[in-house]
Design a protein around this ligand. Sequence first.
Ligand SMILES: NC(=O)c1ccc[n+]([C@@H]2O[C@H](COP(=O)([O-])OP(=O)(O)OC[C@H]3O[C@@H](n4cnc5c(N)ncnc54)[C@H](OP(=O)(O)O)[C@@H]3O)[C@@H](O)[C@H]2O)c1
Length: 278
Amino acid sequence: MVARAERPDRLRERYGPWAVVTGASSGIGRATAARLAASGLNLVLAARSGAILDRFAALLAAEHGVEVRTVAVDLASETGAIELERATRELDVGLLVAAAGFGTSGSFLDGSLAAELDMLGVNCRAVVTLCWHFGRRFAARGRGGLVLMSSIVGFQGMPYAAHYAATKAYVQALGEALAVELRPAGVDVVASAPGPTASGFAERAGMRMGQALTPAAVAEGTLAALGRRTTVLPGFLSKLLVYALVPLPRWARVRVMGRVMAGMTRHRRAADAVFHGG
Ligand SMILES: NC(=O)c1ccc[n+]([C@@H]2O[C@H](COP(=O)([O-])OP(=O)(O)OC[C@H]3O[C@@H](n4cnc5c(N)ncnc54)[C@H](OP(=O)(O)O)[C@@H]3O)[C@@H](O)[C@H]2O)c1
């Protein structure tokens, strides 16, 4: 049997030897990091939860014999993404997976502006900052990959998750365009747009999901598409939900998505009604 280090692996050869994964403490980022470690890439894991990252790093290093470092960082802060990039400067990084992100839901006017601006920081400012820094590094070495996490909600507006959907439309448009612009420099870009995925996301966003993908399925579909496609709808559920709406005009898709999100946040309105004696 050939040892893993000698076995050819597309991801390690094209995007190694180091990958940076944000959002690696949970869900899709964690599953993507595990998949990359299995391919033999060394990893820098980033999120706010340093202790969780440290335990996960030890596990991956023991299971896969790769080197794993951690950076505990708040990507909502103006300087978080820059701190992370600086912490990786001495490493030969060939892949950035920008999976850190979160959502909000419910009435836009009743929500917290501070939470919306934090979300803008993590979902958009940190992503563009990391793409710029790592994009330049990858272009200079003539090889690399950027993985951006968009969402099926980014293909039209979504009432009751209006700003979250807007951040994902931003990521989707950025990824599509960079895929074309950076290709001549040897940098592959994929925008991954999953449907509902069972992770820490729904609880933080205050949503309830019915059917959901696994983070491992999203990670697998996304990494398989990197270097082959510029947008991927990972898993059957993502494709079904997007293609079902394709025949509708955009305004009608917005209405349908509003109904879907009203359903996913119904439990909160019911709880409010009980609390206020309604
Ligand atoms: N789950 C879904 O249904 C779904 C569908 C489509 C797209 N997505 C997108 O997929 C990405 C990953 O989401 P997920 O489902 O894996 O959610 P998750 O399980 O909640 O993971 C989110 C990750 O982002 C990190 N994060 C959140 N805020 C951060 C901050 N301020 N600074 C640094 N890291 C932060 C979290 O780590 P800490 O809390 O430790 O900081 C965690 O590792 C997100 O961009 C999300 O928008 C998710």
